[in-house]
Design a protein around this ligand. Sequence first.
Ligand SMILES: NC(=O)c1ccc[n+]([C@@H]2O[C@H](COP(=O)([O-])OP(=O)(O)OC[C@H]3O[C@@H](n4cnc5c(N)ncnc54)[C@H](O)[C@@H]3O)[C@@H](O)[C@H]2O)c1
Length: 255
Amino acid sequence: MTTNNLSSGTALVTGAARGIGLEIARQLGQDGYQVVMCDLLDDVYASADQLKGEGIVAHGMRMDVGDEGSIREGVKEIGERFGGVQVLVNNAGISPKHNGFKLPLVDTPLAEWELVMRVNLTGAFLLCRELLPALKQASCGRIVNIASVCARYASPIIAGPYNASKTGLITLSRVLAMELAGTAVTVNCVAPGRIVTPLSSQADPSIDREYIARVPVRRLGLPEDIANAVRFLVSADASGITGTVIDVNGGTFCN
Ligand SMILES: NC(=O)c1ccc[n+]([C@@H]2O[C@H](COP(=O)([O-])OP(=O)(O)OC[C@H]3O[C@@H](n4cnc5c(N)ncnc54)[C@H](O)[C@@H]3O)[C@@H](O)[C@H]2O)c1
C-alpha cells in the first residue's frame, strides 16, 4: 500500500510482541518511523530484533499498560531516549477465555472485569494523557486505538467486559478527537473483525467456524489487514480524518 507518509519520527505501538501489534510496528517501520515496541512480554525484545533484521529501526520495551507506574516510567524513558513520539498506537488488549469460551456477564468476577478495563481502556487513556504534550509538539501527531467489531455490530466475538472496554475506547477516541480538533493531532480507531493471531487462537475453534459462516467474505482477517488501515490513518493523506472508526471486518454490518 502506498501512502503519503509523515515518516520521520517515533511511533509507539503497545502490545507489539506479536499478532496485530507486531505487524503494525513492521509497517510503520517500513514507512520510516523509528518504532518503540512495548509489551508485557519479554518476547518483545526478540520481536524488535526480528524487525531490526528486516532493516527497521526498532526498540523493544517492557511496559504493562495495566499499570500506571509502568506507563509513567516508559513514557519518561521514551522522552529521554527518543525525545517524544509522533504516533501512538494503543493496540495492547486482552480477552480472557475459560476453556476457550467467555464467561457470561453475570458470572464474570469483578477482578476479571477490572483487569480487562485497566488493560484495554484505562491503559489507552493514560498513554494518551501522558503523551499528549509530545504529540502536540509534533507537526502531525497521530493516535490510533485498536477497538473491535464487537463494539460496532452483533458479532460472535462478544464478552461483557471486553465489549464494554472496546465500546469505551471508541467513545474515548471521539471525545479526545473533539478536544484536539484544531490542533494537528488526530485520534481515530480501527475496529478489526476476527483476525488470525495468538489472541484469537485462545478461543474454542467453534468460534472461528461460526464467525466464518457469518462474515460476508467467508474468511478470517490477517494482521496485515489491520496494519494497512493504521498506516493510512497515520499518513498525511488522513490529516482530515479524526474521531472516526475504520471497520476492517470483511463486510460485517448489521447481521
Ligand atoms: N485477533 C482478533 O481477532 C481481534 C479482533 C478484534 C480486536 N482485536 C484487538 O487487537 C489488539 C491486538 O490483538 P491480537 O489479536 O494481536 O492479540 P495478541 O494476544 O496476539 O497480542 C496482544 C499483545 O498485547 C500484549 N499485552 C497484553 N496485556 C498487556 C499489558 N497489560 N501491557 C502491555 N502489553 C500487553 C500481549 O502480551 C500481546 O503481545 C487487541 O486490542 C485486541 O483486542 C483483536
